[in-house]
Unconditional design. Structure first.
Length: 229
């Protein structure tokens, strides 16, 4: 490879151990309006951006005057959760540091609003590792499509002043099967990390990933770079 390698990371459940906060967050949000729900009630919305999720909640349960009004309430709840309830995934800081030392360029591709992700990363001293944070809202489609990875890749390369590499020269890190599936079908190499606090089956994450891990301590950046040589 003539140019630096690029790693693209999902955030929730992949960099930050935040899925438990999210899985209870929607329930806590709707409980404010007297609506009782379970985790299963939200599985259909997981691939959406937070703004579109709140629009869907407004339509389904009739809460708040609009989806945007509900989004403002939920946004503050999640921001507080990132500050006080969330920790990094085990071994992720050491992995990111080792990748940076090897000259790997890194970006975030997420369905969560950028300001929330940036705040969460900053709360744990992880923002320094990433050139960009790119959202599905900016890309225009959910992670059921590869658009957010493509946009994150272009932005990271523009920021670094390098040509955009082929997709098969880029690793995408995801805990969600729909992200792994769309990235893999588009030609990206994929690392699947199992999130025991998420909704997804370990076997499904493993099935869709080129490389599967339970924690970052099982993986080195060198292994991924060697696979591309």
């Amino acid at each position: 490879m003539d140019s630096p390698a690029v790693f693209l990371f999902d955030c929730d459940g992949t960099i930050l151990d935040s899925m438990a906060m999210w899985l209870t967050g929607q329930q806590r949000l709707l409980a404010r309006y007297g609506i009782s729900t379970t985790e299963r009630d939200f599985a259909e919305f997981e691939h959406l951006s937070l703004e579109k999720e709140c629009d869907a909640y407004h339509r389904k349960w009739g809460v708040e005057e609009s989806g945007q009004a509900l989004y403002r309430v939920f946004h503050e709840m999640i921001a507080e959760g990132y500050r006080n309830l969330v920790a990094p995934r085990e071994g992720v800081r050491a992995f990111l540091g080792a990748a940076r030392d090897l000259g790997v360029l890194m970006g975030v591709a997420t369905s969560t609003p950028a300001d929330l992700v940036e705040g969460g990363l900053s709360s744990h001293g992880l923002e320094e590792f990433f050139l960009t944070v790119t959202t599905t809202e900016e890309a225009g489609r959910s992670k059921e499509y590869p658009d957010v990875y493509d946009l994150a890749l272009r932005r990271a390369c523009e920021r670094a002043g390098i040509p955009v590499p082929r997709r098969d020269e880029v690793w995408v890190f995801e805990d969600a099967p729909f992200g792994l599936e769309s990235a893999g079908k588009a030609g990206y190499r994929t690392v699947g990390i199992f999130d025991p606090h998420g909704r997804h089956r370990r076997e499904r994450v493993r099935e869709l990933a080129d490389v599967f891990i339970d924690e970052y301590v099982e993986l080195s950046p060198e292994r991924l770079l060697d696979a591309m040589r």
